[in-house]
Ligand binder design. Structure first.
Ligand SMILES: Nc1ncnc2c1ncn2[C@@H]1O[C@H](COP(=O)(O)OP(=O)(O)OP(=O)(O)O)[C@@H](O)[C@H]1O
Ligand SMILES: [Mg+2]
Length: 276
């Protein structure tokens, strides 16, 4: 369920004062419309410039995502804005990032944003994988254990790449100088490098691609060509089950239904290809 979003002015005064002690007086605050898992997501204008602040109450069950984002940030700076600080104050857990002057990516077929996204994904796939505790950096073979019950089968997900996994187009900011920044690292995962392009595919289909054209985009990532097609088939079937369960749990959220249908289309496309 989406977390109700509050404005900067509605944070407790002690929280706002703590933030201003770090960044200077806030001249104006603009609540961001995109995203649904942060109680606060705001662009703060100070005399020094702009920053992006997001956060949750410390008693929210999703608050572990704040720690995950903080833990992975130093390791993904080649593709993501820098985390300036994280604070816990008066029942709030806040992250402050450098502001990215950009807009959410356009995933439609032929979009000029797609090569920028692929370039960022290629850079990400080459980054050295840090040794972080699994609570902050899930292991792919553990994360998808419910969807792939056979422990031996799910070993194909294991690997040494840093994976983002949440390729919601609102999580890809395209800057005015035409490059892509990958934001919102709530689900950093260590695993096989082909998993990220695989997670992108249902998102592309939901934005108008055929399964074949979505796979053409994924193929631009070198790890895709190196992957065992049977491993991708297994993951496509797992994603189909997962998105179907998620959309049934929250039938009011149309985008979840759209992703369930898109994952199913992709899985059927791959199954048909296997028969031929
Ligand atoms: N560093 C940044 N600079 C400018 N805008 C940003 C920055 N980081 C995030 N945003 C904007 O804020 C939105 C929400 O941020 P983010 O996706 O990190 O949080 P969220 O609400 O938890 O999202 P989700 O529902 O996808 O989990 C982004 O979609 C983007 O539009
Ligand atoms: Mg987001």
């Amino acid at each position: 369920m989406p977390v109700p979003r509050i404005a900067w002015e509605h944070l407790p005064a002690s929280v706002r004062h703590a933030v201003e002690a770090l960044i200077g007086p806030v001249v104006s605050a603009t609540t961001v419309g995109d995203g649904q898992n942060s109680a606060i997501a705001t662009i703060l204008q100070t005399r020094q410039g702009r920053v992006f602040v997001k956060g949750l109450r410390t008693d929210h069950r999703g608050v572990v995502t704040q720690q995950r984002e903080a833990a992975i940030n130093p390791h993904v700076r080649a593709v993501s804005p820098e985390l300036r600080w994280r604070i816990e104050i008066a029942g709030w857990d806040l992250l402050c990032f450098h502001h990215v002057d950009g807009r959410g990516a356009d995933y439609r077929p032929g979009s000029p944003d797609l090569p920028h996204l692929v370039a960022a994904m290629r850079r990400l796939a080459e980054l050295p994988c840090p040794d972080l505790p699994s609570v902050y950096f899930r292991r792919a073979e553990q994360r998808w254990a419910d969807a792939i019950s056979d422990p031996a089968a799910r070993e194909v997900l294991a690997g040494n790449a840093i994976l983002h996994t949440d390729y919601n187009p609102a999580n890809i900011l395209i800057t005015s100088d035409g490059h892509a920044e990958i934001i919102d690292w709530a689900w950093p995962t260590k695993g096989a490098a082909w998993i990220d392009p695989a997670c992108l595919i249902p998102r592309l289909i939901a934005c108008g691609h055929s399964p074949a054209s979505a796979e053409d985009v994924a193929r631009e990532c070198p790890a895709w060509e190196d992957a065992d097609p049977a491993a991708i088939d297994l993951f496509a079937s797992a994603l189909t089950r997962l998105w179907s369960e998620i959309s049934q749990d929250q039938p009011g959220e149309q985008w979840k239904r759209a992703l369930a249908v898109s994952a199913q289309q992709w899985h059927e496309h791959r199954s048909a290809a296997m028969i031929v």
